[in-house]
Design a protein around this ligand. Structure first.
Ligand code: BG6
Length: 490
């Protein structure tokens, strides 16, 4: 095991008046504090260009924290303690005078964290400014949000600029899906049980499905989204991370490099996407007008204000060329304005090699299936075949019964607040542990594969097919999986 890293003594959020900082980061820090996880004496500093006074800044984050705490309310004593840690500094850190001002505000802190809750175009200049002002010390840490680049080339350039100021063990690339409870539970499920591992391969598993469905549309985020689309916004990061956790070999321990080495091996074994695979193995879609959650929803092009070829839906078949997964397709799909919000991983096992039941028993037989639900509900469910209770006059009838782990959640108490995915991640940053963060070679390897998909699409001139908001994407998404003899599990 590597030495235990020191705890941070200051947490600086750059872009502190932005949406992410206000809705996610500060509330997460409050909850960590109220649960006793923040180091005593640790200061929190919000930094942004706006001339906002400390009180007004605190008022704003108090409101977003109240929202997050619902149905419970804030504990006044915990809020007072938290508020006493918080300060605000108005500065444009990309400029030398702004960085100098930040340096004065950081003061005597010896192990600060700099969270770049900023537009990615500012990552490189801000890291350079932190370095030039002496704030990028050998122990200070930096946190980056996705997207880390737009393709492999831009990702490499960005990573190189950050590496010029911070060594890799001090760089925390956030993928907030890795902070979700059930995603971490997937690690426990696979590696804290002996039951699954002997079956976790192409001998027993028929295929894997990963669905990340959202009801929300792009809305006023289009200036960002239109450049990225579903492939780069969701599949390059969140979905490939989920795929890695499902497919990786058992690491020797939970050390950051042990886990991340295994994830990189998975990404390296992804079969490169070629033009020949475009039509059979991928679908691009873009939502038109429709109805979602009983409300009418505009077309993406209406939100965007002009026609565009950016996809808001992608489905594809991925293959891993290695011993464990040879011949096991991974079907991935994600989209906006789908009928429901759902993130689900389905591990579909093969059927029994020979049925002894005959007749109606045969008809009842369903191959086992492990369903891992991340949201909106968290659950892990194993479908097992069972005898239908009671008597029948001809043969044994079977039924499938779900064995559900949803009970596990209630151990935390029936009214337990669902943690924000950022909470565990921020705690790991404070403690300097990078296991749940994306390493440089990992993000670049993911881009390399995604670039192949994007290039294949453009060579084949594949434009997005329309789908009505509130439906499961273009018809082609169903044809895709059916072509390989499977169906999406709803
Ligand atoms: C973000 C994407 O990374 O993840 C958004 O940029 C997407 O487009 C969001 O809506 C989904 O996150 P979650 O946690 O709501 O599933």
């Amino acid at each position: 095991m590597t030495a235990i890293p020191a705890q941070a003594d200051m947490f600086v959020i750059l872009g502190a008046t932005g949406d992410l900082a206000q809705r996610m980061l500060f509330p997460s820090l409050y909850f960590l504090d109220s649960d006793g996880f923040l180091p005593a004496g640790m200061r929190l500093l919000g930094v942004a260009r706006g001339q906002v006074g400390r009180e007004a800044f605190l008022d704003a984050i108090r409101l977003t924290t109240i929202e997050r705490a619902k149905p419970a309310s804030l504990d006044p004593a915990a809020w007072e303690r938290f508020a006493a840690r918080v300060d605000y500094c108005s500065a444009d850190v990309a400029k030398p005078e702004g960085a100098a001002k930040l340096k004065r505000a950081v003061g005597a802190a010896t192990l600060p964290v700099f969270y770049l809750s900023l537009s990615p175009s500012l990552f490189a200049p801000v890291c350079a400014a932190l370095k030039a002002s002496g704030l990028a010390t050998p122990v200070s840490r930096v946190v980056m949000e996705k997207p880390v680049g737009h393709d492999l080339e831009s990702s490499r350039a960005l990573n190189a600029a950050v590496a010029d100021a911070f060594s890799e063990d001090r760089v925390f690339r956030i993928d907030h899906y890795l902070g979700k409870e059930t995603v971490q539970n997937l690690i426990a499920l696979r590696f804290a049980n002996t039951l699954f591992e002997p079956l976790w391969n192409n001998l027993a598993i028929d295929h894997v499905q990963i669905t990340v469905a959202e009801t929300a549309g792009v809305g006023d985020r289009w200036p960002y989204y239109d450049e990225y689309g579903a492939l780069r916004d969701m599949l390059q990061n969140h979905m490939l991370q989920l795929l890695c956790l499902v497919a990786m070999e058992p690491p020797s321990d939970l050390d950051p490099d042990s886990v991340r080495n295994e994830k990189v091996k998975v990404l390296r074994s992804l079969r490169p996407f070629t033009r020949a695979m475009v039509v059979n193995s991928s679908v691009r879609g873009q939502y038109g007008a429709g109805v979602v959650d009983g409300q009418t929803a505009s077309a993406y092009e209406t939100e965007r204000g002009q026609p565009t070829t950016t996809e808001t839906f992608v489905a594809l078949r991925a293959d891993l060329d290695n011993w464990r997964w040879a011949g096991v397709p991974f079907f991935l799909r994600t989209g906006k304005r789908l009928p429901e919000r759902r993130t689900r991983i389905v591990i579909q096992f093969k059927g029994v090699p020979h049925s002894i039941f005959g007749g109606s028993g045969d008809d009842d037989l369903i191959p086992n299936r492990l369903i891992i639900d991340l949201q909106p509900d968290e659950d892990i469910e194993l479908l097992l075949m069972n005898k239908l209770p009671g008597l029948t006059d001809r043969g044994m009838r079977l039924q499938s019964l779900p064995l559900s782990l949803s009970l596990a959640r209630s151990y935390a108490g029936p009214n337990a607040r669902r943690r924000i995915a950022y909470e565990p991640l921020l705690l790991e940053i404070l403690n300097g542990i990078t296991t749940l963060f994306v390493r440089r070679d990992e993000v670049e390897q993911a881009w390399s594969w995604v670039d192949g998909v994007a290039d294949a699409w453009s060579e084949a001139a594949l434009t997005p097919k329309p789908y009505a908001a509130g439906t499961w994407g273009p018809a082609g998404a169903f044809a895709l999986i059916e072509r390989f003899g499977r169906a999406w599990y709803e």
